[in-house]
Design a protein around this ligand. Structure first.
Ligand SMILES: Cc1cc2nc3c(=O)[nH]c(=O)nc-3n(C[C@H](O)[C@H](O)[C@H](O)COP(=O)(O)OP(=O)(O)OC[C@H]3O[C@@H](n4cnc5c(N)ncnc54)[C@H](O)[C@@H]3O)c2cc1C
Length: 459
């Protein structure tokens, strides 16, 4: 059936639903199209389920450490993977159902279930329906990258999506990729009780971070018994009697690792290859990300791209911020730009890494005159009291105007504490504006002014 709307929204990731709700509340007739579970990656196989699993893993880890705190739990710690998965399914499912009923309940909205594809600059086909609108918003997200590697068609492998169905303990999990997704799954499954080997082709884990951050994360994971293979490029997967063999090109260690399960965590690709973008005059870059201007408008002036598919962010908060930018510009006459955003994210291993702004290496490469300070978590009272002293906090400041350039807080509460520095950056203030503030004791945050008082020229 043919239908005309004021707006069409393709995908219910972290931008689409809020945008649909705001447009609908503004009186626009809106079509919302979703091909799979409502809520997209974050809700169904990204942030929410993984952080729910991380919480179960933390509970297991704490239980194993209970004697250190003078607590006797009597007997060995057992993890019931079916209950772990059920808890994850409940939390994730509730969220997905919430998004779906929200969309179905929109006053001026119509939901279509199916794969949307452009047929022209203002038209989209979904199943047998041809929809047209003057404004179309793409929020199609991404999916795990599956490289063209020999053996992937014969040997079973997992991705962050199929990992969501696991309800038993892998005997030996081989994680291919030592970056954010791989490290979270690796530590979590080690804590559940699996043997875990992380295989990374680069010389260090999370290669985008500063070397001291990579080193500290490496030590944290190693101390938990995770085996780490660096400079080890995965060449092929082979089904083996003992499980799945991964053939490696490596400079040290055995050229083959054999495990019971293999998780591919080697990156993500945008869901833009089957969208009919050419029919709408929408250009992508060489990696398939939709080209957008600062206001997230594509090369088709009637179409906007939001979230992971535009390559300007890879997080829930960046996708949601895309929604805020587009909605404020369209409905409130604002002139917001995605380029006003400050880099901010976390790696949710335990302890977590909170990151904002530039890395120390980026500052050095830019040749900026800078000040830096670093403090181990072992010198933070709250961390000592909690018995969680791994990691450090580090801040880099512009020597010319005292503005905070970047920070890394790897340690207990690091994902939360880093926001106090992010707020100073967004406020456009020099670090001295918060240096005399009196903070609550005992917290990790109370050491931020102390850290700022220890700034020295970046050598
Ligand atoms: C394992 C993992 C952990 C993560 N953890 C975090 C975290 O802790 N914090 C964080 O900020 N980010 C995290 N992320 C990233 C985060 O999930 C995404 O950045 C976030 O979901 C934003 O995605 P999006 O809005 O671009 O679209 P998505 O959430 O990917 O949603 C896109 C939707 O569009 C639908 N769709 C696609 N194509 C079509 C089509 N043609 N027709 C109809 N529907 C279509 C899809 O089915 C999907 O529902 C994680 C990602 C992964 C994989």
């Amino acid at each position: 059936m043919d239908a005309t709307y004021d707006a069409i929204i393709i995908g219910t990731g972290q931008a689409g639903p809020s945008l649909a709700a705001r447009l609908s509340a503004g009186g626009m007739k809106v079509a919302v199209i979703e091909q799979a579970k409502f809520g997209g990656t974050c809700v169904n196989n990204g942030c929410i389920p993984t952080k729910t699993l991380v919480a179960s893993a933390y509970a297991a880890h704490s239980a194993r450490r209970s004697a250190e705190y003078g607590v006797d739990i009597g007997g060995t710690v057992r993890v019931d993977m079916r209950r772990v998965k059920a808890r994850k399914d409940e939390i994730s499912g509730r969220s997905s159902r919430g998004v779906e009923s929200w969309m179905r309940g929109l006053a001026n909205g119509t939901v279509y279930c199916g794969h949307a594809r452009f047929t022209g600059p203002k038209t989209v086909r979904v199943n047998d329906d041809l929809l047209s609108a003057d404004r179309i918003f793409i929020n199609v997200g991404g999916r795990p990258l599956v490289p063209n590697m020999p053996g992937l068609d014969l040997a079973p492998y997992l991705t962050n999506m199929s990992m969501m169905e696991i309800d038993s303990l892998p005997e030996h999990l081989l994680v291919i990729g030592g970056s954010y997704v791989g490290l979270e799954f690796g530590q979590m499954y080690r804590r559940f009780g699996s043997r875990v080997t992380i295989i990374e082709m680069g010389p260090r884990l999370i290669g985008r971070e500063d070397e001291d951050v990579s080193r500290a994360v490496h030590e944290i994971l190693q101390q938990e018994g995770i085996e780490l293979r660096l400079n080890a490029e995965c060449l092929a997967l082979v089904r083996d009697r003992a499980g799945i063999a991964v053939n490696l090109r490596c400079t040290s260690g055995p050229p083959t690792e054999v495990g019971s399960h293999v998780l591919l965590a080697v990156g993500r690709v945008p869901n833009t290859d089957d969208l009919g973008l050419e029919a709408a005059g929408i250009q992508t870059d060489t990696r398939g990300f939709i080209e957008v201007d600062q206001a997230l408008r594509t090369t088709n002036p009637n179409v906007w791209a939001l979230g992971d598919c535009n390559g300007k962010g890879a997080f829930t908060h960046t996708s949601y911020n895309d929604y805020e930018i587009v909605a404020d510009n369209l409905l409130s006459g604002a002139a917001r730009k995605w380029t006003d955003r400050v880099t901010a994210y976390a790696l949710f291993i335990d302890p977590p890494l909170g990151r904002v702004g530039m890395t120390e290496a980026e500052v050095r490469r830019a040749g900026m005159p800078a000040l830096a300070a670093k403090r181990p978590m072992a010198r933070v009272a709250r961390a000592v009291e909690k018995g969680e002293t791994a990691g450090f906090m580090k801040v880099v400041v512009d020597a010319r105007n005292q503005r905070i350039l970047g920070a890394a807080i790897l340690g207990t509460g690091g994902d939360e504490v880093v926001h106090s520095l992010l707020d100073v950056i967004y406020a456009g203030l020099p670090y001295t504006a918060v240096q005399r503030g009196v903070r609550i004791h005992p917290t990790v945050s109370e050491l931020i002014p102390t850290l700022l008082g220890e700034l020295q020229p970046l050598a």
